[in-house]
Write a protein that binds this ligand. Structure first.
Ligand code: DGT
Ligand code: CA
Ligand code: CA
Ligand code: ZN
Length: 586
């Protein structure tokens, strides 16, 4: 059982317990375990096999570590089976439809006797679902939409799943093959596409066979699709395919370019090479007249030889980038080192895993100049959202830690719910006390386009709302985005001086690349946030950077590239005047 499957079991347990009305504390322990496991850098299977103590993983206690061991060793969990037996079959499939969740699933079951996706669809068709109090027609339509989305869901993996797998395989190969010189992922993963078909690895080694043999012999490999002198392909469980190419150092640039794609980019580049009397393939450039081969050890020299500016992988979509590179119009894109602060972070005060001190130390470790502690507001009951009383205690602690850590500026913040009617979860008198307010949609995600647009813009008109968090609320491959007029929202952002978040958590990537490009064109101030719920997830910033780069953003488009003094000036300025400060420093 891989980490994804184990995490799903705990997620399901949490849902079933919630349907039973179990204590919030217990439900949260399972949710936290699931979240930790999804993001774990090593496979639990390997850890159990190596007899590592799972209790050392933060968020995993004795009871859960025993359940993990049982799952890994027997592929089953007696506790889970007993729990499932208390519910009708099919209830888990229902609960997993986004927009349903444990509470609504339980109502469907108890009040309509709906216990399967099929009977749910019937109850939507004959109007029984819409007639339930507090559900209604809109909810019914939204659920129908989510069902059809789930049906067409592709076999592609979300990047959040593919990236850790690729990283683990690279580490495993490195540790087993001393001959490896360079090894990197290519393909859609290197371009940071949202979903990944298969994982492509490119490697140089003094002994290629050693690497290819090591790949097919990895413990997680379930099937070998090909195993030759320069390449191998394997399946891991869940039909995850890995393609590996091993070449000599002198071909690395050409091969990396070829396997990074995308296909359209490669075709355009090949056409351009042809126009120069050259033919391009994965080994280099061949002169059409005399057959001479030019080899490229790095990508930069290949683009340069073709008279092009270097094209960063995130831009290789085959749309704008080749003409831009020919005219040397590719801008200096934002990089991780440009980011000076993180402005959306959770602690164990709400649904984060780590205490505030730990998050602060981790931010200092990463060289951040400022950090906003933004635990959930009171409306997020299940996420242990803060009442006004707790928020005031929370603020005291942030201020106290700020005094004790001169190396970083801590901001008292909140991630506050934008309620279904567009009102906010805290009154202005409370918001006024805070340094930084992230406002997010976490409920009633199925509202129609106009209602949703008005709801979000209403929140942006509040003078204390600094940024809108994860605007579309999508979860890649799991939950569809909200329907809204994004252009109108971006225009309102510019008008009100409200920033828009690029949420870097890899399950979300929200805003997505095309929205980022549009917001940038309109002139909206953007913020790249990790939305970290654990100290390690502060490292997710690279996903947000990649999305910003895919949207052609430079540092001056991103607010949290400002140095602390400039950022504080931005913050101290009333929202309506902030754009001026931003443009002056950018
Ligand atoms: P994926 O795996 O569906 O997420 O997308 P990619 O882009 O990783 O595609 P994949 O794995 O089929 O191939 C990796 C790269 O190899 C692709 O982006 C471009 C290059 N490539 C594959 N087939 C061809 C081809 O027939 N001609 C050229 N010029 N390049 C190709
Ligand atoms: Ca691929
Ligand atoms: Ca491939
Ligand atoms: Zn949120």
């Amino acid at each position: 059982m891989n980490n994804g499957q184990i995490a799903e079991v705990f997620e399901n347990i949490a849902g079933l317990l919630e349907m039973q009305g179990e204590k919030v504390f217990t439900i949260r322990a399972y949710q936290r375990a699931a979240r930790t496991i999804e993001r774990l850098p090593s496979e639990l299977e390997d850890m159990v096999r190596e007899e590592k103590d799972l209790k050392e993983i933060p968020g995993i206690g004795k009871a859960i570590s025993e359940k993990i061991a049982e799952l890994v060793n027997t592929n089953e969990l007696a506790y889970y089976d007993r729990l499932k037996a208390e519910f009708p079959e099919g209830i888990l499939d229902l609960m997993q439809i986004p927009g349903l969740g444990p509470k609504t699933t339980r109502r469907l079951w108890k009040e309509l006797d709906v216990t399967s996706v099929e009977s749910l669809e019937e109850s939507i068709k004959d109007g029984r679902l819409a007639s339930l109090p507090r559900l209604g027609k809109k909810t019914a339509e939204n659920i129908a939409r989510q069902i059809s989305f789930a049906r067409t869901k592709s076999q592609r993996m979300p990047i959040a799943r593919a990236m850790p797998i690729a990283t683990r395989i690279i580490e495993a190969l490195r540790s087993r093959c001393p001959g490896i010189q360079q090894i990197q992922y290519a393909g859609s993963l290197r371009r940071y596409e949202e979903t990944i078909g298969d994982i492509d690895l490119v490697c140089t080694s003094g002994s290629p066979q050693e690497v290819l043999d090591a790949l097919v012999a990895l413990p997680n490999v379930v099937d070998v699709l090909g195993h030759g002198d320069t390449k191998a392909s394997v399946y891991l469980s869940d039909r995850i395919q890995i393609d590996l190419r091993v070449v000599d150092d002198r071909h690395y640039g050409s091969l990396m370019q070829y396997f990074t794609g995308n296909l359209q980019h490669n075709i355009q580049l090949r056409d351009h090479a042809n126009s120069l009397g050259l033919s391009l393939n994965e080994y280099g450039l061949t002169h059409v007249d005399d057959g001479k081969l030019e080899e490229f050890a790095d990508e930069e020299s290949l683009y340069e030889r073709l008279g092009l500016q270097y094209v960063p992988p995130e831009l290789r979509t085959g749309v704008w980038e080749i003409p831009a590179a020919l005219e040397h119009r590719i801008p200096g894109l934002v990089e991780i080192a440009d980011i000076k602060g993180d402005l959306h972070d959770h602690t164990d005060w709400s649904d984060g895993r780590d205490p505030m001190e730990v998050m602060v130390a981790a931010a200092i470790d990463r060289g951040l100049q400022y950090l906003a502690i933004t635990d959930h507001s009171v409306g997020r009951g299940i996420a242990n959202g803060l009442s006004i009383e707790r928020l005031s205690e929370h603020m005291k602690m942030v201020r106290d830690l700020d005094d004790r850590n001169p190396g970083i500026r801590l901001l008292c913040g909140t991630e506050m719910d934008i309620r279904a009617d567009g009102t906010l979860d805290y009154p202005d008198s409370v918001l006024q006390e805070l340094d930084w307010v992230v406002a997010s949609v976490h409920s009633a995600m199925g509202q129609d386009r106009q209602t949703m647009t008005e709801r979000i813009i209403a929140a942006m008109r509040n003078p204390y709302v600094d940024v809108v968090g994860h605007l579309t609320t999508r979860l890649i491959g799991e939950r569809q985005p909200i329907e809204a007029d994004f252009d109108a929202i971006f225009k309102a952002a510019l008008e009100t001086g409200t920033a828009m978040e690029i949420n870097a958590s890899p399950e979300r990537l929200d805003l997505k690349d095309s929205h980022i490009a549009r917001a940038r064109e309109i002139g909206v101030p953007l913020v790249i946030n990790t939305d970290a719920h654990t100290e390690e997830s502060l490292d997710n910033v690279h996903y947000g950077i990649a999305m910003a780069r895919r949207g052609w953003c430079e540092p001056h488009h991103i607010v949290n590239t400002l140095e602390l003094p400039e950022f504080l000036e931005f913050l101290d300025t009333p929202k309506s005047e902030r754009m001026k400060v931003f443009l002056r420093h950018a």
